[in-house]
Design a protein around this ligand. Structure first.
Ligand code: MRU
Length: 371
């Protein structure tokens, strides 16, 4: 997608230096645009854990490059145990997003197909690139399928603006390109459909007000930032036509883990009979988990709740919001049960959030991995 008119992806190999991976450091966006270089597994681990990169598909792709760097380290230190150890370490960086574990295991499987380190290196790099490219392609497809929902609403409204509410950042910054929840929005914009996006700020890290707002601004999509608690009120007053969110892990019964607060949006949408769709590429689906109740929910440092970060006098600063002594809890995700979800938008099409419908789209996964 575009930043100041120039096309970027969120991760790439540095030109002329195959040992360096470059990412957009998302921590200080929208105020500072910084490209960071990752040169070791430790760098990759920190970038994922401390959320320089975030969003399920992007942390998967970043970990895939991390596995490539682990092969370089194994070669340099003449110790192949580094590869398995790195896989374990990278998977532990963030527990909820399925894409992370999926990408690391994919890499391990490919790397282990040969004993030749040079060949391992070649395979790991080419597979990391493949994972990234395929992820971007999946998001593009999600856009093509998802836009039909927006088109239909626009038709019913006789071409009046379609108001879409989104939570967190399930945009291109969370992916490699296009985004998941945002892909249908960008596709609708291309088709000239009138759209407007309500952007939930998404406390405590403000992925909505910092990242989604910034990327929509860059792509010139009309949008308005709202506080997390405003969604229900907007829905009651007919100001939301569609809720579109992403997910970090979807179990094969259709339960969806996504950024904390998603569940409340789904409840409000159900109560107001507003369609609630979840956009996801298939690596986000957990083919071994039957129910969202088993999804590990990440708990992050409580300081993220107690403090806010923002721009003051040209500098990014951190300010305390609560009494210093107050205890805070920081659950990063919640689970929206399938019964509250109108449908899932995948790279293979739109389906109901239930086992039977998911099975119809991805029958091979059930034969291979669940039986
Ligand atoms: O904690 P984050 O910022 O990594 O959480 C990201 C989300 O919850 C996204 O909605 C999810 O990864 C889907 S992104 C395409």
């Amino acid at each position: 997608m575009k930043i100041n008119g120039r096309h970027y992806k969120t991760i790439w190999v540095k030109e002329g230096d195959e040992k360096t991976i470059q990412i957009i450091d998302q921590r200080n966006l929208p105020h500072e645009f910084v490209i960071e270089e990752l040169n070791s597994v430790e760098d990759v681990f920190n970038a994922i854990k401390e959320m320089h990169v975030r969003g399920a598909p992007l942390i998967g792709a970043t970990a895939a490059y991390g596995m490539y760097l682990s092969v370089l380290e194994a070669e340099e230190k003449k110790d192949e145990r580094i590869i398995e150890d790195s896989a374990e370490k990278l998977i532990s960086a963030r527990p909820t997003a399925k894409d992370l574990e999926w990408a690391v295991k994919q890499q391990l499987e490919k790397i282990n197909k040969t004993n030749d380190l040079k060949e391992k290196k070649r395979i790991a790099l080419s597979n990391a690139k493949k994972i990234s490219n395929e992820s971007a392609e999946q998001c593009k497809k999600i856009g093509e399928f998802g836009v039909k929902l927006i088109e239909e609403i626009s038709r019913k409204k006789n071409g009046e603006t379609v108001n879409i509410l989104t939570h967190c950042n399930a945009g291109w910054l969370a992916c490699i390109d296009f985004g998941t929840a945002t892909a249908p929005i960008y596709e609708a914009q291309k088709k000239g459909i009138k759209i407007h996006v309500w952007v939930d700020e998404t406390r405590p890290r403000n992925q909505g007000s910092r990242l989604t707002a910034w990327e929509l601004l860059q792509q010139e999509v009309p949008h308005t930032v709202i506080v997390d608690n405003a969604g229900g009120h907007l829905m009651q007053n007919g100001l939301v036509d569609l809720v579109l969110v992403g997910t970090d892990r979807t179990t094969f019964n259709g339960d969806v883990a996504n950024k904390i607060g998603t569940y409340l949006k789904a409840l409000a949408a159900k109560d107001n009979e507003i369609p609630f769709f979840v956009a996801l590429p298939s690596p986000t689906i957990d083919w071994e988990m039957k129910s969202g109740k088993s999804i590990p929910i990440e708990e992050r440092n409580s300081d993220e709740v107690k403090y806010a970060r923002g721009l003051l006098d040209g500098k990014i600063r951190k300010v305390l919001l609560t009494p210093k002594e107050s205890h805070a809890k920081n659950y990063a995700f919640d689970v929206t049960p399938a019964r509250l979800i109108t449908g899932l938008i995948t790279e293979r099409g739109i389906c109901k959030a239930d086992e039977k419908s998911i099975k119809e789209l991805f029958s091979e996964k059930f034969i291979e991995e669940i039986d």
